[in-house]
Write a protein that binds this ligand. Sequence first.
Ligand code: PMP
Length: 523
Amino acid sequence: MSHFEEPAATDVNSVSRGGRVFRKASDMAPSTPFDYSKARKWAPNADFNDLSTFYPSKVEEHGVISQEALLGLYEKYLGMWLDKMPTSRKLQDKGRKNLLWGIFGSYQKDWETPVLPFAKHCMGGKLWDVDDNEYIDLQFGDTPSMYGHGPENPAVKAAAESLLNTGIDPMMGTSEQAEAAAELEKHFKLPVWMHALTASDSNRYLLAIARCVTARKNIAIPNFTYHGTIDETQKMMPEPGVISRYHEMPLYHGEVDQGTKIFVWNDLESLEECLKDESVAVVMMEPIMSNFGWSWPQEGWHQGVRALTRKYGTLLCYDETHTLGHAWNGSVGAQDLEFDMWSCGKAISSGIPGAVFGMTREIADEVEKWHNEAGFFAGAGLGFLGNALTGNTMSTTALRVTMQEVMTPKVFDPLLANADYVRQGMADVFDKYGAPFRSEMMGNRLCFHFIPERCEDPLTGIAQIGFGGLFEFAHAYMWYHGLLIMPFFNMFLLCPQHTREDLDKFLSVFDDMIAIIMGQKEG
Ligand code: PMP
């Protein structure tokens, strides 16, 4: 199929629209209408097929300059930033000979800027690009290095030393592995652990284990969630009773509505509708929904999820990959949650490649039982629940030291004090200019939202990002002024090495940016 053609609807129950195949009516998703009203209040024209329609146009009534003016300013600051990056431009052009998009990884493409930034060097909380532009790093590769770059982070230093002094043999046990797992139990409660290299893989293995031990075929996720490069989790519910993929590049070939049930975050009724036929092996979700904006759990939500999963014999798995910095013991610690499985990648080993997945003793015993019964071909290097590099010495050292020396109250107390300083600073800026916006903090992860109301559903979460003007201008303005925030949303991260001077520089640029957005300063 050429990419110019509309993807084909596969049978009478499917329909193609806006480049995606939708399942018209599916028993994999609740049929009860979900509540658009809060998102529509700010983005009356919100349409699932076009993110820019989530632009919160109602904020203009509160004094925000026009969408058109914002897009003009975006062009201006993006152009000025790109002008400072001639070497990045050259390197990308040169890279096109042997690399897709001129770059090695698809995440590195996701800046989606006409010229992708190329890095030269990073240390602590700073980063320099190949044109020697200096940035305060606030994105850390979308989380992995959020405890600081280079040897200023003790885990990175220990991993480098381990590599130089001990070497790396991934296929042998080391005395450090059980020590690292004991640390994980102290932090995140579960007793049994395995290692993986990415969060996507940890999640993939947990879904597989859940299906194996429950003998159930389906999984369930909240609408608008992200758990990595997994077919079953890259799906959404654009309308009640309808399932589609986020995109319809023909990368995945399973039927779109097979294997995954979708419920609405903070809606116990819709979760129960998914679970009640007892076909769901596991509910996978974040402790706080952090992708596609940010939505908080309502009071009683997590306890309700735990009660329903128990009632229907479904396992409950939290993916902590984005929420790890909520506290020294993660968001499951900060919220005192109960669960059967837990997974995390990215920063769990301070950005040295590594991820972990944990489970209860009962689940672990079942896996061992199945494995013992399955015979030779469940082992023997045939990709059971890991890869050739899982459990390697360097990653294990980085994991252990992150647990023992970084994810501690001693490191977290000042880090969280700094985060609160920035959260309050942003709130003060909004007050100063009468801006109808909001700042929020989840541990070392901060967010500025372009609507004033706290958000508890992912639809409003998308509206608060401000796609279609506010988002674009804010990003280009900050990048141009040396603040490297994440390209996909308005979240940013503080690391232990950021200084008060860094934070004050951020707040000063932020003050100017909001003044421009509110028409009180020339852009
Ligand atoms: N889970 C969550 C909650 C994530 O945010 C992400 C990445 N953004 C992943 C899993 C996947 O992580 P990775 O790309 O490192 O596999």
